[in-house]
Design a protein around this ligand. Structure first.
Ligand code: SF4
Length: 245
Protein backbone atom coordinates (compact mmCIF):
# COMPACT_ATOMS: atom_id res chain seq x y z
CA UNK A 1 0.00 0.00 0.00
CA UNK A 2 1.25 3.47 -0.84
CA UNK A 3 1.55 5.47 2.43
CA UNK A 4 1.41 8.78 0.53
CA UNK A 5 -1.80 8.11 -1.32
CA UNK A 6 -4.34 10.89 -0.91
CA UNK A 7 -8.10 11.00 -1.31
CA UNK A 8 -7.74 13.99 -3.56
CA UNK A 9 -4.72 15.78 -5.04
CA UNK A 10 -4.92 19.57 -5.41
CA UNK A 11 -2.74 20.69 -8.32
CA UNK A 12 -2.46 24.18 -9.75
CA UNK A 13 -2.11 24.55 -13.51
CA UNK A 14 1.09 26.46 -12.87
CA UNK A 15 2.70 23.75 -10.78
CA UNK A 16 1.57 21.00 -13.14
CA UNK A 17 3.29 22.71 -16.02
CA UNK A 18 6.35 23.52 -13.92
CA UNK A 19 6.65 19.95 -12.64
CA UNK A 20 6.53 18.47 -16.12
CA UNK A 21 8.91 21.07 -17.53
CA UNK A 22 11.51 21.07 -14.72
CA UNK A 23 10.97 18.87 -11.65
CA UNK A 24 13.87 20.58 -9.86
CA UNK A 25 12.18 23.96 -10.17
CA UNK A 26 8.97 22.44 -8.84
CA UNK A 27 10.86 21.05 -5.87
CA UNK A 28 12.36 24.45 -5.00
CA UNK A 29 8.91 25.99 -5.31
CA UNK A 30 7.32 23.40 -3.07
CA UNK A 31 10.06 24.06 -0.52
CA UNK A 32 9.24 27.79 -0.72
CA UNK A 33 12.87 28.60 -1.52
CA UNK A 34 13.24 32.38 -2.01
CA UNK A 35 16.09 33.42 -4.31
CA UNK A 36 17.83 36.58 -3.07
CA UNK A 37 19.28 37.96 -6.28
CA UNK A 38 16.67 37.33 -8.92
CA UNK A 39 16.34 39.99 -11.62
CA UNK A 40 12.56 40.06 -12.06
CA UNK A 41 12.43 42.61 -14.88
CA UNK A 42 10.54 40.24 -17.21
CA UNK A 43 7.97 39.19 -14.63
CA UNK A 44 7.36 42.79 -13.51
CA UNK A 45 6.89 43.88 -17.15
CA UNK A 46 4.48 40.96 -17.61
CA UNK A 47 2.52 41.94 -14.48
CA UNK A 48 2.16 45.55 -15.73
CA UNK A 49 0.83 44.41 -19.12
CA UNK A 50 -1.56 41.86 -17.60
CA UNK A 51 -2.98 44.48 -15.25
CA UNK A 52 -3.40 46.90 -18.15
CA UNK A 53 -5.31 44.31 -20.22
CA UNK A 54 -7.54 43.42 -17.29
CA UNK A 55 -8.38 47.08 -16.66
CA UNK A 56 -9.05 47.72 -20.35
CA UNK A 57 -11.74 45.00 -20.34
CA UNK A 58 -13.22 45.97 -16.98
CA UNK A 59 -12.94 49.36 -15.25
CA UNK A 60 -11.02 51.14 -18.03
CA UNK A 61 -7.26 51.55 -18.37
CA UNK A 62 -5.13 54.16 -16.61
CA UNK A 63 -2.07 55.92 -18.00
CA UNK A 64 1.32 54.28 -18.59
CA UNK A 65 2.92 55.49 -15.32
CA UNK A 66 0.23 53.81 -13.28
CA UNK A 67 1.26 50.40 -14.62
CA UNK A 68 5.04 50.69 -14.57
CA UNK A 69 5.08 52.02 -11.02
CA UNK A 70 3.17 48.96 -9.82
CA UNK A 71 -0.02 48.81 -7.88
CA UNK A 72 0.43 50.04 -4.35
CA UNK A 73 -0.38 47.40 -1.74
CA UNK A 74 -1.59 49.31 1.34
CA UNK A 75 -1.62 46.20 3.50
CA UNK A 76 2.06 45.55 2.74
CA UNK A 77 3.07 49.23 2.50
CA UNK A 78 4.89 48.71 -0.81
CA UNK A 79 4.17 48.34 -4.52
CA UNK A 80 3.50 44.84 -5.81
CA UNK A 81 6.25 45.32 -8.41
CA UNK A 82 8.14 48.14 -10.13
CA UNK A 83 9.08 47.89 -13.80
CA UNK A 84 12.71 48.97 -14.47
CA UNK A 85 13.15 51.65 -17.14
CA UNK A 86 14.98 49.29 -19.47
CA UNK A 87 11.66 47.41 -19.88
CA UNK A 88 9.52 50.48 -20.63
CA UNK A 89 9.70 50.01 -24.41
CA UNK A 90 8.51 46.43 -24.11
CA UNK A 91 5.61 47.42 -21.86
CA UNK A 92 4.66 50.32 -24.17
CA UNK A 93 4.67 48.08 -27.25
CA UNK A 94 2.55 45.40 -25.54
CA UNK A 95 0.05 47.94 -24.21
CA UNK A 96 -0.22 49.66 -27.58
CA UNK A 97 -0.72 46.35 -29.45
CA UNK A 98 -3.17 45.11 -26.82
CA UNK A 99 -5.27 48.23 -27.28
CA UNK A 100 -5.07 48.13 -31.07
CA UNK A 101 -5.95 44.45 -31.36
CA UNK A 102 -8.47 43.95 -28.54
CA UNK A 103 -10.10 47.20 -27.45
CA UNK A 104 -13.86 46.85 -27.84
CA UNK A 105 -13.90 43.09 -27.23
CA UNK A 106 -15.64 41.68 -24.20
CA UNK A 107 -13.90 39.28 -21.80
CA UNK A 108 -14.08 38.06 -18.23
CA UNK A 109 -10.60 38.49 -16.76
CA UNK A 110 -8.53 36.59 -14.21
CA UNK A 111 -11.26 33.99 -14.02
CA UNK A 112 -10.55 31.22 -11.48
CA UNK A 113 -11.23 27.57 -12.28
CA UNK A 114 -11.42 24.47 -10.12
CA UNK A 115 -12.05 21.24 -12.00
CA UNK A 116 -12.21 17.71 -10.64
CA UNK A 117 -10.87 14.88 -12.79
CA UNK A 118 -9.91 11.23 -12.54
CA UNK A 119 -6.51 10.13 -13.83
CA UNK A 120 -5.80 6.90 -15.79
CA UNK A 121 -4.26 5.52 -12.56
CA UNK A 122 -7.50 6.21 -10.72
CA UNK A 123 -6.44 9.24 -8.68
CA UNK A 124 -8.86 12.03 -7.99
CA UNK A 125 -7.39 15.46 -8.82
CA UNK A 126 -8.66 19.00 -8.30
CA UNK A 127 -7.02 21.14 -10.95
CA UNK A 128 -7.09 24.88 -10.31
CA UNK A 129 -5.78 28.14 -11.70
CA UNK A 130 -6.72 31.41 -13.41
CA UNK A 131 -7.54 32.33 -16.98
CA UNK A 132 -6.36 35.72 -18.30
CA UNK A 133 -9.37 36.43 -20.54
CA UNK A 134 -12.37 34.32 -21.52
CA UNK A 135 -15.64 34.78 -23.41
CA UNK A 136 -18.09 32.38 -25.04
CA UNK A 137 -15.78 31.52 -27.94
CA UNK A 138 -12.21 31.89 -26.87
CA UNK A 139 -9.68 31.91 -24.05
CA UNK A 140 -6.68 34.20 -24.31
CA UNK A 141 -3.45 34.00 -22.38
CA UNK A 142 -1.33 37.13 -22.78
CA UNK A 143 2.40 36.80 -23.24
CA UNK A 144 4.87 39.65 -23.24
CA UNK A 145 7.88 37.93 -24.85
CA UNK A 146 8.63 36.96 -28.44
CA UNK A 147 7.89 33.83 -30.45
CA UNK A 148 5.35 32.09 -28.25
CA UNK A 149 5.02 29.38 -30.89
CA UNK A 150 8.28 27.67 -29.95
CA UNK A 151 7.75 27.03 -26.24
CA UNK A 152 6.51 23.57 -25.19
CA UNK A 153 5.79 24.78 -21.67
CA UNK A 154 3.26 27.28 -23.04
CA UNK A 155 1.62 24.57 -25.10
CA UNK A 156 1.09 22.50 -21.95
CA UNK A 157 -0.42 25.47 -20.13
CA UNK A 158 -2.74 26.10 -23.08
CA UNK A 159 -3.77 22.44 -23.00
CA UNK A 160 -4.84 22.82 -19.35
CA UNK A 161 -7.08 25.78 -20.22
CA UNK A 162 -8.61 23.86 -23.11
CA UNK A 163 -9.26 20.91 -20.83
CA UNK A 164 -10.99 22.91 -18.10
CA UNK A 165 -13.10 25.15 -20.39
CA UNK A 166 -16.67 23.94 -20.60
CA UNK A 167 -18.10 24.12 -23.23
CA UNK A 168 -14.85 23.88 -25.17
CA UNK A 169 -13.45 27.12 -26.55
CA UNK A 170 -10.35 27.56 -28.61
CA UNK A 171 -7.35 28.66 -26.54
CA UNK A 172 -4.95 31.23 -27.94
CA UNK A 173 -1.57 32.13 -26.46
CA UNK A 174 -0.83 35.54 -27.87
CA UNK A 175 2.34 37.59 -27.70
CA UNK A 176 1.39 41.23 -27.30
CA UNK A 177 4.99 42.05 -28.19
CA UNK A 178 5.34 40.57 -31.67
CA UNK A 179 1.84 39.23 -32.44
CA UNK A 180 2.95 35.58 -32.62
CA UNK A 181 0.38 33.10 -31.34
CA UNK A 182 -0.64 29.50 -31.28
CA UNK A 183 -4.08 28.02 -30.92
CA UNK A 184 -5.38 24.83 -29.33
CA UNK A 185 -8.64 23.54 -30.80
CA UNK A 186 -8.54 19.82 -29.99
CA UNK A 187 -6.90 17.43 -27.58
CA UNK A 188 -6.89 13.79 -26.54
CA UNK A 189 -9.24 13.59 -23.51
CA UNK A 190 -6.59 11.75 -21.45
CA UNK A 191 -3.75 14.17 -22.12
CA UNK A 192 -4.13 16.35 -19.01
CA UNK A 193 -5.21 13.48 -16.68
CA UNK A 194 -2.07 11.58 -17.77
CA UNK A 195 0.11 14.60 -17.05
CA UNK A 196 -1.41 14.71 -13.55
CA UNK A 197 -0.38 11.07 -13.05
CA UNK A 198 3.14 11.88 -14.23
CA UNK A 199 3.27 14.84 -11.80
CA UNK A 200 2.08 12.82 -8.80
CA UNK A 201 4.40 9.90 -9.67
CA UNK A 202 7.38 12.26 -9.55
CA UNK A 203 6.39 13.59 -6.16
CA UNK A 204 5.77 10.15 -4.74
CA UNK A 205 9.04 8.77 -6.11
CA UNK A 206 10.97 11.88 -5.09
CA UNK A 207 12.26 12.44 -8.63
CA UNK A 208 13.29 16.05 -9.06
CA UNK A 209 15.89 16.17 -11.79
CA UNK A 210 16.90 19.39 -13.50
CA UNK A 211 15.74 19.90 -17.03
CA UNK A 212 17.92 22.54 -18.68
CA UNK A 213 15.59 24.14 -21.19
CA UNK A 214 14.74 27.26 -23.18
CA UNK A 215 12.99 28.89 -20.20
CA UNK A 216 16.01 28.59 -17.87
CA UNK A 217 17.09 32.15 -18.58
CA UNK A 218 13.86 33.40 -17.01
CA UNK A 219 14.12 31.05 -14.02
CA UNK A 220 14.52 32.70 -10.62
CA UNK A 221 16.60 29.76 -9.34
CA UNK A 222 19.11 29.65 -12.17
CA UNK A 223 22.22 31.29 -10.73
CA UNK A 224 21.80 30.84 -7.01
CA UNK A 225 20.46 27.30 -6.77
CA UNK A 226 20.62 25.56 -10.09
CA UNK A 227 23.72 26.31 -12.11
CA UNK A 228 25.67 26.55 -8.86
CA UNK A 229 25.26 22.78 -8.58
CA UNK A 230 22.99 22.62 -5.53
CA UNK A 231 21.16 19.35 -5.20
CA UNK A 232 17.67 19.04 -3.89
CA UNK A 233 18.94 17.34 -0.77
CA UNK A 234 20.17 20.79 0.26
CA UNK A 235 16.57 21.58 1.12
CA UNK A 236 15.56 18.53 3.07
CA UNK A 237 11.85 18.16 3.05
CA UNK A 238 10.16 14.90 3.90
CA UNK A 239 8.21 13.36 1.11
CA UNK A 240 4.97 13.41 3.10
CA UNK A 241 5.40 17.19 3.45
CA UNK A 242 5.84 17.65 -0.31
CA UNK A 243 2.85 15.59 -1.18
CA UNK A 244 0.65 17.83 1.00
CA UNK A 245 1.51 20.92 -1.10
S1 SF4 B 1 17.39 27.05 -14.26
FE1 SF4 B 1 16.38 25.59 -15.63
S2 SF4 B 1 17.04 23.57 -14.90
FE2 SF4 B 1 17.43 25.04 -13.28
S3 SF4 B 1 15.62 24.99 -11.93
FE3 SF4 B 1 15.34 26.65 -13.40
S4 SF4 B 1 14.19 25.71 -15.10
FE4 SF4 B 1 15.09 24.05 -13.91
Amino acid sequence: MNPFKKEIYYISANKLSMGINCPFKLYLNLCHVQPKHFDNKYTSAGSAVHKYMEDMFTEGAHDFDYYVNGMYQPEENRPLYVVPEEMYDRVKTCISNGTKWFNGYSFDCEKPFNVELKTPKGRKVMLNGFIDAINDEVIYDWKTGKKVTTKDDYKRQAAVYYYVAEPKRKVIFKSLLDGSEFTVTKQHPNYIPSLCDQYIDRLEMHEFDRNINALCRFCEFRTEYCYSGAEYDYFPLEIHELIKR
